[in-house]
Design a protein around this ligand. Structure first.
Ligand code: X2X
Length: 342
């Protein structure tokens, strides 16, 4: 009897021992990585760089396939975060805007005129704020690894030059999936309508909407000047960072060594992606603006007074959303920006 018990216990232990590492090392033949735009955009290039680095450095143990157009959630980018959490999507390089319906703190970057320059964006994502937000994302069930960048979102339309809020009156504008954008554009007197990026392009082409807001890399990459978007206002009112993430179960299924490879590759890819995203659109290198002008686009930059008018008109929106984002987090962001290295 005693011997039999001992035998059973040994068998159980042996089985557990044999199973545990086997389970831990069960890798999928392919990991699905979601992005909203195509792989030629800076955002997509970042995803490709990450995937290639990981495939090389893991000798193909981790084989990532990039799915553009948020196709894993039928183009509905506001469902991307939930799909990552649930494991429908294994990995993603996602915009903070698209995940903000589930992670309300990510609305921080959409507070109008919070970040006056690139140094301000860097001060947030590479500083305390970035760390705090990673904790929040982690708590929501997704493993964040690195910050990338979509960019400053500029305003384009097919109707007229916009240099003051009154110019936007009644203009039908496509906006992204956070209600904060509806508030901002309503405060400016426009008529905002929310739709996915997949739906936005045909809506612009048919004239169902007059305008939209997106970083210049997306404006040019999608050739929006060819769908009558001939008026462009550079107002730097918000910028959306990107986050390189992995589903938690997938992350935990990888060996310690492979996690290290994936994390380091994400940091490297994100750094390169930010450099690509800023190419041609900074005060030091405005070459992309020249290219845009060559397509017959009128580019408007705001002088100090014009800028002020937009800030004033959207101030109530900032105040309304500050407590929704979290007063402490917004205070920390304001402090970090005030202390930035210019
Ligand atoms: O939908 C957009 O405007 C885009 C592509 O910029 C995002 O996914 C936030």
């Amino acid at each position: 009897m005693k011997l039999h018990k001992l035998f059973c216990a040994a068998l159980v232990a042996a089985t557990a021992f044999a199973l545990a590492p086997a389970q831990a090392r069960e890798y999928k033949p392919e990991y699905k990585l979601s992005i909203v735009v195509g792989t030629t955009f800076p955002w997509g290039q970042g995803a490709v760089i990450w995937s290639d680095l990981v495939r090389e450095r893991t000798n193909g143990r981790i084989n990532i396939k990039v799915y553009p157009g948020t196709s894993l959630v039928q183009g509905d980018q506001t469902r991307e975060f939930t799909a990552i959490r649930q494991g429908v999507i294994d990995m993603a390089v996602g915009s903070t805007i698209n995940w903000s319906p589930q992670v309300k703190q990510l609305n921080l970057f959409s507070l109008p005129f919070l970040m006056p320059d690139y140094a301000a964006i860097d001060a947030l994502v590479q500083g305390e704020v970035g760390k705090e937000l990673f904790k929040v994302i982690e708590k929501a069930g997704v493993v964040p690894l690195a910050w990338g960048e979509n960019g400053y979102r500029q305003l384009s339309n097919s109707r007229r030059v916009i240099s003051k809020p009154e110019d936007m009156k009644g203009m039908k504008l496509r906006v992204v999936g956070s209600p904060l954008y509806i508030d901002t554009f309503t405060a400016l007197g426009a008529n905002p309508t929310q739709m996915s990026w997949a739906d936005a392009q045909p809506a612009l082409a048919s004239g169902a909407v007059d305008g939209q807001e997106n970083p210049l890399s997306i404006y040019t990459g999608a050739k929006l000047y060819d769908v009558a978007q001939k008026y462009l206002t550079l107002w730097n009112y918000v910028a959306d960072p990107l986050v390189f993430v992995v589903n938690r179960e997938v992350w935990e299924s990888w060996s310690e060594e492979d996690r290290k490879i994936v994390r380091e590759a994400a940091l490297e890819a994100a750094k390169k992606e930010i450099a690509i995203a800023r190419k041609g659109v900074t005060p030091e290198d405005p070459s992309l603006l020249k290219e845009i002008e060559s397509h017959g686009v009128t580019i408007t930059t705001l002088n100090e007074d014009q800028h002020k008018a937009f800030v004033e008109a959207t101030k109530p929106v900032y105040e309304k959303w500050k407590p929704r984002v979290g007063n402490e987090l917004v205070d920390l962001a304001e402090k970090s920006i005030a202390a930035r290295n210019k």
